[in-house]
Design a protein around this ligand. Sequence first.
Ligand code: FAD
Length: 200
Amino acid sequence: MFAMLEYRGVNTKESVARAFSIANAPPSDELEFLISLIHGRFTSKLDTAKVGDVYYVSAPYGQFKFDINSGSKFLFLAGGTGLAPFMSMLRLIERNGQKIDCAMLYSVRYPDEIIDKEELDRMSQRLGVKTSVTVTRPADGDGWSGEKGHVDSSMILRHVPDVKERTSYICGPPAFVKALKDALVSLGVSPNAVHAEMWG
Ligand SMILES: Cc1cc2nc3c(=O)[nH]c(=O)nc-3n(C[C@H](O)[C@H](O)[C@H](O)COP(=O)(O)OP(=O)(O)OC[C@H]3O[C@@H](n4cnc5c(N)ncnc54)[C@H](O)[C@@H]3O)c2cc1C
């Protein structure tokens, strides 16, 4: 699910609202977001946000809900801050003490963009989720020795050979979601077994 966050200027008529996926698990008195500061209209407000600023929140919205009964095996594909709904889902599964057969591919541009790494590793281990991270812009000296490059059909098949048996959930920027929907269909996955949240 996502929330709408709105900035309203104090002495101006300026108003700008954007959608952000909720990263913590319901029920909670708090909302947690993973926001990529891209210096656009809304995120540039957050760049300079300070304690005491007021942002208006309305929530929850959306159809990107995880149903543990929608399949027996799952694949989560996260692009950048598209990790947010999956953090929410995994936290809920962990809290409910449920068991899940799930693989996750998480794509970031740089190793230092990996979000919540310790919690992700801990939950993956505890729940038995096979999580693989790929870095799309590796650089000499960044210390990254793991998977490199964009997620594509061959990377999916290498990490998740039984992909055709899985219900897939994708979240991230439009180009990521579109490319991965196409990749899954090219691997023989039924479009009905693919759920996606696209940011754009
Ligand atoms: C359902 C949903 C859930 C979402 N969840 C999240 C989330 O969890 N985390 C998250 O980070 N985002 C999320 N988004 C995206 C988010 O809503 C915003 O679109 C995003 O934060 C950018 O907003 P903005 O106002 O800062 O950028 P905008 O001003 O709207 O700019 C949009 C585009 O223009 C480009 N751009 C803007 N300014 C410049 C500039 N000066 N020079 C060059 N290019 C520029 C940006 O790179 C961007 O591609 C979600 C979107 C949807 C629809």
